[in-house]
Design a protein around this ligand. Structure first.
Ligand SMILES: [Zn+2]
Length: 396
């Protein structure tokens, strides 16, 4: 379901120009494709050598994958490392090891394992997808883009084609935004932009005074990175506490009670990080609420099928006046289950957008990083997240 985002402007409502709608509906968390590609099934693994070690190898692969699925990642890693030691030429073993290393947050090692996997088996669609996903989750935009391109070139008829094209598009627009932000910062500091000035000057002229203020100083936060050109919107002091209504989740496939608690905890953490300038108040009906939270089992309800959630805001002359947060209740694939840890990151990220942090960072440690990451551990707001929201609302 795509909602129209309108800017209420004194008199009548005015629909945002197409460009702004696109920019606002894209505020959500990109999920890399790796989550959508299945692990190699044990039965289908034909690469393993059928010698005296075969039984051990099969058991290690089966146990490793099963441990990973139940989120016992360190134990899974030990098994899969043994498997790779026994059978270093198995692309599937390298692939599985790479995935579990990513879940443990060891991204450099994970990428190395996947590079080996594609080298050993260049015809493996899943390995190329996972490698692209790992680059994306690690913030390596160029490598992610070129790996997705390799995938599209090699497997033009693959069923994941549309999804990968969507990811490529989203990454390209992230790249464009971060390049133009970097140029703006140079201009704000009186330096020449990196590329041809004639291309870049119009972007500078769009920097609104408010954005310019946030663009200066604050080297230990990321406000200059996440605020779009000239469109800085916050919740006005008179609208705080922000009234929140959380829709009923029971009956929606995949929904569980912990989601509601995690969502509320995430609201609380942003409020705490703001040091009192932001507060939320839960209300009993959508009518009383300025911010509504929805659960959905359908990816089609989100703006982009490559995303795990959406935040949509409506602004008027006083800033943000209404918002919606949409949260996906189903995992994107059975390989990477929708754990509480993962759901927590989506909640923090989408609330950040609903508070007006409309862009993304390129640092995987921030919850406002442009991509979902694989590390499956409980996330808190980073120091930069906290300092950014605090400064964003400091004069409220
Ligand atoms: Zn986002």
């Amino acid at each position: 379901m795509k909602k129209e985002i309108v800017r209420k402007n004194g008199g009548g409502d005015m629909v945002f120009c197409v460009k702004s709608v696109a920019a606002l509906t894209s505020v959500s968390l990109l999920v890399s494709t790796v989550v959508a590609c299945g692990l190699p099934a044990v039965a289908a693994d034909n690469n393993l050598r059928f010698d005296s070690q075969t039984r051990d190898i099969k058991a290690l692969l089966r146990d490793g994958i099963s441990l990973m699925r139940s989120n016992h990642n360190q134990e899974a890693c030990d098994k899969l490392q043994q498997l790779v030691n026994l059978n270093p030429s198995s692309a599937e073993a390298q692939h599985s090891l790479g995935l579990v290393l990513a879940k443990l947050g060891r991204m450099t090692d994970a990428i190395a394992a996947l590079k080996k996997a594609v080298e050993l088996s260049p015809d493996s669609e899943a390995s190329w997808l996972t490698l692209g996903g790992l680059y994306q989750a690690n913030g390596n935009m160029e490598e992610a883009l070129s790996t997705y391109q390799t995938f599209l070139d090699r497997f033009p008829d693959n069923r994941m084609k549309k999804k990968v094209e969507g990811l490529r598009e989203a990454l390209n627009s992230e790249k464009k935004e971060s390049t133009s932000r970097a140029d703006q910062e140079r201009l704000l500091h009186g330096e020449a932009p990196a590329a041809s000035p004639s291309d870049k000057l119009p972007a500078h002229s769009m920097v609104a005074p408010l954005a310019a203020t946030f663009g200066q100083g604050g080297t230990d936060d990321y406000l200059s990175q996440v605020l779009p050109n000239g469109a800085v919107s916050r919740w006005d002091r008179r609208r705080i506490p922000i009234t929140v209504f959380i829709n009923e989740g029971v009956g929606i496939s995949g929904y569980r009670d912990s989601f509601d608690q995690i969502l509320k905890r995430s609201f609380e953490d942003w409020a705490t990080a703001s040091e009192g300038t932001i507060a939320f108040k839960y209300v009993n009906s959508p009518k009383e609420a300025r911010l509504q939270c929805f659960w959905t089992e359908k990816v089609s309800n989100l703006a982009n099928p490559a995303e795990a959630g959406d935040a949509r805001i409506i602004t008027d002359q006083d800033g943000i006046c209404q918002g919606e947060i949409w949260l996906l209740t189903r995992p994107v694939s059975r390989t990477v289950p929708l754990t509480d840890n993962y759901f927590r990151l989506v909640c923090l990220h989408e609330i950040g957008h609903a508070l007006g942090l409309s862009g993304h960072t390129t640092n995987p440690d921030d919850v406002m990083f442009f991509s979902a990451t694989f590390k499956d551990s409980w996330r808190d707001l980073s120091g930069r997240d906290c300092r950014s929201i605090k400064r964003f609302y400091a004069d409220r």
